[in-house]
Design a protein around this ligand. Sequence first.
Ligand SMILES: *Cc1c(COP(=O)(O)O)cnc(C)c1O
Length: 409
Amino acid sequence: MSNVKHLECTICHRTYKDIPDMMTCPACGEKGILDVIYDYDKIRAVVDKDYFKHQDDHSIWRYLPFLPVDPRYTKNTLRVGMTPLYDSLELGQSLGIDNLYVKDEGLNPTQSLKDRASVIAVVKAKEAGYDTVACASTGNAASSLAGNSAKVGLSSVIFVPKRAPTGKLAQLLAYGAKLFKVDGDYRDTYELSKQAIAKYGWYNRNAAVNPFLVEGKKTVALEIAEQLDFDVPDWVVVSVGDGCTIAGVFKGFMDLFEIGMIERIPKLLGVQSEGCQPFVSAWESNEDLIPTAENTIADSIAVGIPRNPIKAIRAVKNSTGRWISVSDSAILEAMRLLGKTEGIFAEPAAACALAGLIKARKLGFINKSDRTVVICTGNGLKDTANALSAFKEPTLVKNDISELDAQMR
Ligand SMILES: *Cc1c(COP(=O)(O)O)cnc(C)c1O
């Protein structure tokens, strides 16, 4: 039904049958993240440029041959994906990049890239016959899972750290989720969710351990390639928390490379916030990841213990890309610039990617002539408190034109 060959452990390379609620490798335990392996001959047999010309599905289901799902369960989902890839002339000019594009993932149904993973999660949960799905999340995966579950008639149970922004909480409550705010950081939140999922037998939407979710996230790369007519960019810039998004971006380009639709893999720039940068530190010291504190306004990527390090590190390395970190003030500056030049309101974790690109440009390892795509992973309305801290207080005036005149001067 799908083109999946089997699941393969990223550590011991044992292979397993494709079962919808298979999580990590039984032999390697929790660290044994599985990778979904496809039969590329089968995909190649149906997918070429003409395939896309005749595709009239405008959601991620247009990429069905690349996805690990049973098409019978994809009919009544939220419409995820096919977000715009803007040709960002003015922003490019201000950064000194000739060809810059912004992929606005804030235009997904629950306003973040997480929808690409959540819609897969609810389909897999349906395939396996579950009625409840659960996850731990810094906020976006939570609201996304809640929305996508609601649409297909599943219940959702969500664990968030108590710092989660109110916008995201309001959103997931509106979708009818059962919400637990955990008195602790994301690490505590994740641990409690893990125990609860095991105890109550819910479907596990924790992106790092669920091998199918990266497959949803990879559709952002499939789209970028299609939107650029399969002439892929030199760099793709992504903000990184757990590491599933950047791993997905790499997988999407690899799939297209495997079937001969693109000639090379773009370099990936993984961006973290200085206040929580385990990947950047590991890369700089060439050592294993060390758990770190979570001190940044970019809450969606404040992940002190990344759960998917293998795939993320591999993605950056195999793309010959690199890692970089930026300060919170640089993130807010990038947020202002993106709003002002592109009309896109990004949440801090999303603006982080642009801040990374600005720094990379200054350091000179991304050149003026490098065609570059920045992925804006989530919408700013989810966290207005942090956004407002980046701007001056608005001017309060009376209903009096002469007072306004005075203020306008
Ligand atoms: C989750 C998220 C990321 C990072 O994705 P990971 O898979 O955790 O690396 C980046 N930006 C936003 C807005 C997110 O919600």
